[in-house]
Design a protein around this ligand. Structure first.
Ligand code: BG6
Length: 500
């Protein structure tokens, strides 16, 4: 399936996201024959650049960040003919007139009316003005042909998300709006649905009768890097939990959809968010913890604490770690805790979902026979290892009846020879094809904000924190261990395999 002739207009064309993610993804789609024959990528930004400068910048990005490695000359020569640059002032009507002229010129050249995708890879303050000016300049009149892609963060809180949705829905139909959550484009994340709904053996045990608790853990070794400006006003809750982690939770907890229709799937996810227990002030105290990293050593290098990072307030109370215990109040999940945690500068970079099943109802084997007794666990490793492991008890070889826990493993690397595409390849292709399944619908974003607002509000009211409260290369603050230990569990980790 190839999409229609397409024009991409990338706002923030000279930015990091374009160089690191969008351009490499578009180039790989091109290499693998997914792009239509007629396509044009127009980068735009404040900096005056020639087309050649722009191409050079993207070439550098693709050579450094593409999974397919350095470009081959002949392929690049052809691909780069489709790249253009336009200097712009997003406040100025003339800018949009020029876009209109470029679109018209392509249409005339191609003898068709191309799809136009406006990709807003810019700071969220600019979303409203760009959307309004696109509309005022009549550049989004045909809902079948024009789409707008909005990067995260979508709103800073519930109120701002609602008002951004209002503004966008005054201009675009919902079917034109593609709100990105790049986690949804990851192969292993898409596989959660395949695994759950394409295998008959799981559904009967996928509920409170068999599952004891669920852990969703997205840990990163990286610090805040050059993004202090954005991150200090945001924090782990807004940056990761409101979107990526809650989306993972929805995929684990959702009811089976009737079909693979985008809205059907998104409805089932919204059902989960709506069923999630709202936090009272007391719940926040008991079930939500936060942390901030201090300095330390990582991989033999000394790293600064969060408050010493560039563009971060020296007395910042922004959390770089959060761990929350959620409940989903419905028939399937009543009483099953979902523990989620995420943080920067932690010991390991890994995104892993663990489902721990209840223990056997009756122990047949004598205690001494159990080398390492462990309840059954299903471990969905999203990255860096891409795998699903079912941990079961097995008899150790020998004349005695000794048991230990072993892994039944499905590993992408060992199973498939084809390399997995990057999340942005999937998401850009879906945008071209008009498939919104892996994008956030307006109500989904708002419901997620609604859920976390009581936590953010309670945190905002309590300023005197003992930050930093964990050191770089640790597993986060001790209170995060206490949160889960209180229920008799502990956070699981996997020995890492794969690159990250
Ligand atoms: C982004 C966050 O959405 O996701 C970053 O803004 C975070 O802070 C990143 O580092 C993690 O994504 P990935 O794909 O590297 O796990």
């Amino acid at each position: 399936i190839k999409s229609q002739p397409t024009i991409f207009i990338i706002f923030g064309g000279t930015g990091d996201l374009n160089s690191r993610k969008l351009a490499p993804a578009l180039y790989n789609l091109y290499l693998e024959g997914w792009l239509p024959d007629q396509f044009s990528i127009i980068g735009t930004g404040r900096t005056p650049l020639s087309d050649e400068d722009f191409k050079g910048k993207l070439l550098e990005g693709i050579n450094s960040f593409s999974r397919s490695g350095k470009v081959k000359d002949d392929k690049w020569a052809d691909f780069s003919q489709h790249l253009h640059y336009q200097v712009s002032d997003i406040n100025n009507h003339e800018t949009y007139k020029e876009f209109g002229a470029r679109i018209a010129a392509h249409n005339a050249e191609w003898g068709t009316e191309a799809n136009v995708i406006y990709y807003l890879a810019v700071s969220p303050n600019f979303f409203p003005i760009i959307a309004e000016n696109i509309s005022k300049s009549n550049l989004a009149e045909d809902p079948e042909k024009t789409r707008i892609v909005i990067e995260k963060p979508f709103g800073h809180d519930l109120e701002s998300a609602v008002s951004l949705n209002k503004l966008l829905s005054g201009i675009f139909d919902e079917k034109q709006i593609y709100r990105i959550d790049h986690y949804l484009g990851k192969q292993t994340v898409q596989n959660i649905m395949a695994f759950r709904f394409a295998n008959a053996i799981l559904e009967p045990i996928w509920n409170r009768n068999y599952i004891e608790h669920v852990q969703i853990s997205v840990t990163e070794q990286l610090g805040v890097e050059e993004r202090g400006d954005y991150y200090d006003g945001s924090g782990a809750m807004r940056d990761m939990i409101q979107n990526h982690l809650l989306q993972l939770l929805c995929l684990v907890a959702m009811e089976s959809p009737v079909s693979f229709d985008a809205d059907e799937i998104r409805n089932r996810k919204v059902d989960v968010l709506k069923a999630m227990r709202k936090f009272t002030a007391e719940d926040v105290r008991l079930s939500a913890v936060r942390g901030q990293y201090g300095s330390g050593w990582m991989k033999g290098k000394e790293v600064p604490g969060y408050r010493e990072e560039p563009n971060v307030d020296k007395e910042s109370n922004t959390e770089t770690f959060a761990a929350i215990k959620f409940f989903v109040d419905n028939w399937r999940w009543q009483g099953v805790p979902f523990y989620v945690r995420t943080g920067k500068r932690l010991h390991q970079s890994a995104s892993v979902i663990t489902i721990q099943f209840k223990d056997v109802p009756h122990m047949v084997f004598p205690k001494e026979a159990n080398e390492s007794w462990q309840q059954n666990r299903l471990i969905i490793s999203i990255q860096p290892e891409m795998s699903i492991r079912l941990q079961v008890q097995a008899k150790r070889p020998g004349l005695d009846m000794y048991l230990n826990a072993v892994d039944m493993v499905f590993d992408y690397k060992g199973t498939y020879t084809t390399e997995a595409p990057e999340a942005y390849e999937t998401l850009l292709l879906d945008t071209m094809l008009g498939d919104q399944t892996l994008f956030m619908r307006g109500d989904q974003v708002e419901t997620a904000w609604e859920l976390i607002m009581p936590i953010l509000n309670a945190w905002q009211g309590r300023k005197s924190l003992n930050f930093p409260n964990y050191s770089a290369d640790s597993w986060g603050p001790e209170i995060a261990e206490a949160l889960i230990a209180r229920d008799g569990f502990h956070w699981f980790t996997l020995p890492i395999k794969g690159k990250k």
